[in-house]
Ligand binder design. Structure first.
Ligand SMILES: NC(=O)C1=CN([C@@H]2O[C@H](COP(=O)(O)OP(=O)(O)OC[C@H]3O[C@@H](n4cnc5c(N)ncnc54)[C@H](O)[C@@H]3O)[C@@H](O)[C@H]2O)C=CC1
Ligand SMILES: O=C(O)C(=O)COP(=O)(O)O
Length: 390
C-alpha cells in the first residue's frame, strides 16, 4: 500500500487516479511515500523518512526546497504547461481591465440599482458613459518576459488580437522555441523590451536570478504609461519601486496576481488573490498529471517532469526485480554498485543511468530479487543516497 498525503485543493479527477486498493490518499495521511500539493510551503517543514517524492500540481516550485530534497533522494515533480491556458486567459482579462472602464463601469451601473424607471436609467447611462471609455488592444505592443508554457500562449493570443509582440527569454529551451510563433520579435535584453512595450507581462519562475528583476532601475526605462502585469510571483518585482513609479506617473498601471500591502488598494493597481491557475480545467489537468507521474515513479521508478532529478524511463523487464538508486553524481558509484551485484551473483538484465547537475539516478532490472544484505551493501556504497526495490 502506498501512502499519498495531499495539501491544498487537489482536483478529485486527479485523486481518483489512485486505486484505493493500493493507495491510501488524504490530507491526514502519516508516513507518506509522496505528497501531492499546490502552493503549500514546505520550507522548514519536517521531512518524514518515508518521503520518496513530491508532486507540485502546477508550475512554480518555489514553495518546495527542491535542492535539499534532491540531496535526500526525494524526487520533486511539477506539471509543465498544465495550467498555462488558465493564466493566459487571466492575463488577457488583466489587459482588458486596464484599457476599458470595466470595473468602474460595473460599479456605476450597480450604483443605479435603486432606480425603478427604465427610460430614466438608460438616459442617465448614456449621459455618463463617456467617463468609462477606453482604448483598444489592437495595434498596441506587448512585451513578454519569459517565453515558456504561459508566455508563448500569451504571445499567440496577443498576436491573434492584432497586437505587436516582443519577447525576452535568454534561457529559452529548444522545445519552447519550437512552440513560439515566429511573429514574436526577439529582444536582446530587458531594458529594450521595457522601453518599447505598452504592456509588459512577466512569466518567469521565482529564482534568485529573477528576484526584483523589475526594480527602480528597470522602471526608470519603462515606456511612460505602460501597464505591467505580474502573474508570475511577488518576488519578481520590487513593490516599493512599483509604488514609487506609479506615484511618479511613470508606470501607468500594475496588474498582479500577488497583492502586496500598500499596492493592492492603490488606485492604479488591480490585484487578484493568486487565481491564475484556479479554473476547473487547469486544476484537473494539473492533478491528473501529478497523480500519473507519482504513480509511475512509485510503481516503476520512472521519472518524468522532475525539477531536481533527470528524466529516466525504462520499460519493465517481465519477471525482473527493479532497483531504483539515487546517488550523488560522482565517478565510480555505478561501478561499485555493479560489483556489489556481481559479488551477490545477481544478474543485470537491463539498466539505465542518467545524471542532472549534482545528482544521478539509475534503474537496474535484476533476474532475481536481492536479499537484505545486498540491498544494505548497495546503500553503503559511497555517494549512494537512496535504494529502492520495486
Ligand atoms: N498566477 C498563477 O496562478 C500561476 C503562476 N505561475 C508562475 O509563472 C511561472 C512561469 O510558468 P510557465 O510558463 O508554466 O513556466 P515555464 O518553465 O514553461 O517558462 C518559464 C520561462 O521563463 C524563462 N526565464 C527564466 N529566467 C528568465 C529571465 N531571467 N529572463 C527571462 N526569461 C527567463 C525560462 O527560460 C522559461 O522559458 C511559474 O514559474 C510560476 O511562478 C505559473 C502558473 C500559475
Ligand atoms: O502553478 C503555479 O505556479 C501557480 O502559481 C498555481 O498555484 P496554485 O496551484 O493555484 O496554488
Amino acid at each position: 500500500m502506498f501512502k499519498i498525503k495531499t495539501y491544498n485543493a487537489i482536483s478529485s479527477k486527479g485523486l481518483e487516479r489512485f486505486n484505493p486498493k493500493t493507495y491510501e490518499v488524504g490530507g491526514a495521511v502519516a508516513d507518506a511515500d509522496a505528497y501531492v500539493l499546490r502552493s503549500q510551503k514546505l520550507h522548514g517543514e519536517p521531512v518524514p523518512p518515508s518521503l520518496l517524492a513530491v508532486a507540485r500540481a502546477g508550475a512554480g516550485v518555489n514553495n518546495i526546497p527542491v535542492g535539499e530534497y534532491g540531496q535526500q533522494g526525494i524526487v520533486v515533480f511539477n506539471t509543465p504547461g498544465a495550467n498555462a491556458n488558465a493564466v493566459k486567459e487571466l492575463v488577457l482579462a488583466g489587459m482588458l481591465l486596464t484599457t476599458r472602464g470595466i470595473l468602474p463601469g460595473i460599479e456605476y451601473a450597480r450604483s443605479l440599482g435603486t432606480m425603478t424607471d427604465s427610460a430614466e436609467m438608460h438616459q442617465l447611462l448614456e449621459k455618463e458613459k463617456s467617463r468609462f471609455a477606453g482604448t483598444e488592444l489592437r495595434g498596441k505592443t506587448l512585451g513578454i518576459v519569459g517565453l515558456g508554457a504561459i508566455g508563448s500562449m500569451v504571445a499567440d493570443t496577443a498576436l491573434a488580437l492584432g497586437m505587436k509582440v516582443l519577447g525576452f527569454d535568454p534561457a529559452l529551451s529548444i522545445d519552447a522555441a519550437w512552440r513560439l510563433s515566429n511573429a514574436v520579435q526577439r529582444m536582446e535584453n530587458l531594458p529594450s523590451l521595457l522601453a518599447r512595450s505598452d504592456f509588459v507581462s512577466i512569466h518567469v519562475p521565482a529564482l534568485e536570478s529573477t528576484r526584483h528583476m523589475i526594480d527602480a532601475a528597470a522602471l526608470s526605462g519603462i515606456k511612460p504609461g505602460a501597464v505591467l502585469l505580474n502573474f508570475a510571483r511577488e518576488t519578481i518585482v520590487d513593490p516599493a519601486a512599483i509604488l514609487q513609479s506609479l506615484d511618479a506617473g511613470r508606470l501607468g498601471r500594475y496588474v498582479s496576481d500577488f497583492p502586496e500591502p500598500g499596492l493592492s488598494t492603490h488606485d492604479k493597481c488591480i490585484a487578484m488573490p493568486h487565481i491564475g491557475a484556479s479554473t476547473e480545467e487547469s486544476e484537473e489537468n494539473c492533478a491528473v498529471m501529478a497523480a500519473d507521474q507519482i504513480m509511475e515513479f512509485l510503481e516503476n521508478g520512472n521519472i518524468v517532469n522532475s525539477v531536481n532529478y533527470p528524466a529516466v524511463r525504462m520499460d519493465r523487464t517481465p519477471g525482473a526485480t527493479r532497483l531504483a538508486i539515487a546517488n550523488e553524481n560522482v565517478a565510480g558509484v555505478l561501478g561499485s554498485v555493479l560489483s556489489v551485484l556481481a559479488d551477490a551473483k545477481l544478474n543485470v538484465i537491463d539498466m539505465i543511468n542518467r545524471s542532472r547537475d549534482e545528482l544521478a539516478y539509475n534503474l537496474i532490472d535484476l533476474s532475481s530479487a536481492p536479499d537484505e544484505t545486498a540491498i544494505k551493501a548497495i546503500g553503503n556504497v559511497a555517494h549512494v543516497i537512496r535504494v529502492r526495490v520495486i
